[in-house]
Design a protein around this ligand. Structure first.
Ligand code: ADP
Ligand code: MG
Length: 577
């Protein structure tokens, strides 16, 4: 459990402050995370990593010469927002382009993806390599759906080394992708972890048992056994990883591999060494040569007791890059030579917060007050259901849906109130609220809710008074945007299974002349039914996907919260005048 904290909601921010204070020779703080504080050559490709906090040394601890250029650091176990990624990448970029590389989680993919679009639109060459090393999270036939775990380090390390050596953008991207293709990991866990201020663990593993294949956010494993001996665990790890040698490797015997035996948070280094003793013997027996292994904590999961083994199948090029010097707060190798602390004014200026609001008509400003009430009701219903939403998400996902929605909706209310008080119209209030939601919530749902609010805001605008038709059109365009970005289809067990029928019912009701209140109420009742029906579906998208069958009988978290929200809004519309 996490014992030392102040205000739990400030934990991630305060952690970053302290981390930076302790590592000024390596990093400086920028909005959304950290970048190197040392001078980087002009035109060097920027390798920008990131993800939720709680995985130290991933991701901030891996920033420094020969490794990452910057790290976007999200909230606890929540992906950073696209604004955070954009801000870190902008501060890190040196004219040579940006490689975004991170573990494959739905929320991170959405948020980094949006940041990439924005960077590209501004003329910064940007590419993405997602890390997919965890063989337990999907079959070989769906390799692109696998999660990223400790193998993150292999990809970051060689990409960073290549960039440091002056490789150009295409080279760095090629090398990172090749490293990911040749990296495989497998993990186990003996206990869950408890986030700051929580009164129970985020997930549990029964006493004396071991979850096999469990993810680094407590995503359920593929099976469970009694806790083995250290040697038996080593045997399991090696057997699993030799059972899936990457296609690019011609022959196991004679191959050279980098090895990471990773502790997840509360397994002692001494225990890891006992396991590694046997791992090394087994790899040697298989005819492999181990190159510069790492035994220790490289990608953790708060205080989760667990371990993973990673094999990174080298070729000459990758071996050279794996062995190259690197110097970061948590990972050091060889000597990178003299470094110079960089003057902050040399990086691209950070965008100042935009405080101005566009002109709005009187009717639209009046409607903005109703929008604020709607957002308050939305946030209120999330507050009332926060534990329940977390519980539902924990069944097959990572348990953060309640806190993520709470953070996002509260930030949306604050931003809406601030914009309305400056005279913003309904459209702008929703745009600001959507930005704030995506920025503060992180995660998949944060990105998607940000999109929904912005879509409705775009449709309403700041000129005319919103009416039933424009609200319905806004919800329809929000549903379309969610599908465009998230790529989920009806039946995939996501919020789309509620959003789509809700949008359709609202549009149909308005079309038939019902008026907004009645049409919204009817559509919300349908949303409730649709959310309950997701209990019978198997997830095909998002974090829940690897554990499809576990979620049968439980509705989808994002679908459930959406239905609650539509019902709360129906109540506000009925009492407004
Ligand atoms: P994360 O999955 O990043 O932990 P949350 O837990 O806040 O984010 O949200 C999970 C919810 O997001 C899921 O229950 C599902 O409704 C929704 N979701 C996940 N992936 C998608 C997607 N590709 N399209 C639409 N909704 C999605
Ligand atoms: Mg979640």
């Amino acid at each position: 459990m996490t014992r030392l904290y102040n205000d739990p909601s400030a934990f991630a921010d305060e952690m970053i402050d302290g981390f930076v204070a302790a590592n000024r020779a390596y990093v400086r703080r920028v909005q959304g995370g950290v970048v190197r504080s040392t001078r980087t050559a002009e035109n060097q490709v920027a390798v920008v990593v990131g993800g939720g906090s709680g995985h130290y040394p991933a991701f901030g601890g891996l920033v420094g010469p020969g490794l990452a250029s910057g790290a976007a650091m999200g909230n606890l176990f929540a992906s950073p927002s696209s604004q955070q990624v954009y801000s870190v990448a902008s501060a890190a970029e040196r004219g040579g382009g940006v490689l975004l590389t991170y573990g494959n989680y739905a929320g991170d993919v959405l948020q980094f993806g949006q940041a990439q679009e924005r960077l590209s639109a501004e003329g910064v060459r940007t590419a993405t390599v997602v890390v997919t090393d965890d063989i337990s999270s999907a079959g070989i036939d769906e390799i692109e759906k696998r999660r990223g775990i400790a193998g993150d380090l292999c990809v970051f390390k060689v990409a960073g080394a290549a960039a440091e050596a002056g490789a150009d953008f295409d080279e760095v991207v090629r090398i990172a992708a090749k490293a990911n293709d040749r990296t495989r990991s497998f993990g186990v866990a003996f206990s869950g972890c408890r986030l700051p201020g929580a009164d129970h663990d985020l997930f549990d593993v029964p006493e004396g048992r071991m979850a096999v294949g469990m993810g680094i956010h407590g995503e359920p494993g593929i099976s469970e056994t009694d806790v083995p001996t250290a040697d038996e665990l080593a045997e399991l790890f090696v057997a699993k990883l030799l059972g899936e040698v990457p296609p690019a490797v011609d022959r196991v015997e004679g191959s050279r591999v980098a090895v990471i035996l990773n502790g997840l948070g509360s397994v002692k280094y001494e225990e890891l060494f006992v396991v590694y003793r046997r791992v090394a013997q087994l790899l040697e027996q298989a005819g492999l040569t181990v190159v510069e292994p790492e035994v220790g904590e490289l990608v953790t999961s708060f205080d989760m007791a667990g371990a993973s083994l990673t094999l990174f199948w080298l070729d000459d090029e990758l071996e050279r890059l794996w062995a190259a010097p690197a110097d970061s707060p948590a990972y050091r190798k060889g000597s990178v030579g003299a470094v110079e602390v960089m003057d902050e004014s040399e990086s691209r200026a950070e965008a100042a917060a935009d405080e101005t609001v566009p002109e709005a008509s009187e009717q639209s400003r009046a409607a903005a007050a109703l929008v604020v009430d709607v957002l308050r009701a939305l946030s209120g219903t999330i507050d009332e259901n926060v534990e329940e939403l977390g519980r539902i998400d924990a069944v097959a996902g990572d348990g953060d849906h309640g806190i993520g929605m709470q953070r996002g909706s509260a930030a949306a209310v604050d931003a809406a109130v601030a914009a309305a008080s400056r005279g913003a119209g309904a459209g702008t209030v929703l745009l600001k609220a959507g930005d704030a939601w995506a920025d503060r919530a992180g995660g998949t749902s944060g990105a998607l809710w940000g999109l929904i609010l912005r879509s409705v805001g775009d449709e309403l605008g700041d000129d005319s008074a919103p009416d039933a038709a424009s609200v319905a059109a806004g919800v329809t365009s929000g549903a379309r945007a969610v599908v465009d970005v998230g790529k989920a289809e009806l039946g995939d067990k996501t919020m789309v299974d509620v959003l789509q029928p809700f949008a359709d019912a609202l549009a149909a009701g308005v079309q038939s002349g019902k008026g907004l209140r009645a049409a919204w109420r009817d559509a919300a009742e349908q949303a409730k039914v649709a959310a309950a029906a997701t209990a019978d579906l198997l997830p095909k998208r998002g974090r829940a996907r690897p554990h499809a069958e576990k979620s049968l009988g439980t509705p989808d978290a994002g679908a459930h919260s959406l239905a609650l929200i539509t019902l709360a809004i129906a109540g506000v519309l009925e009492t407004s005048n």
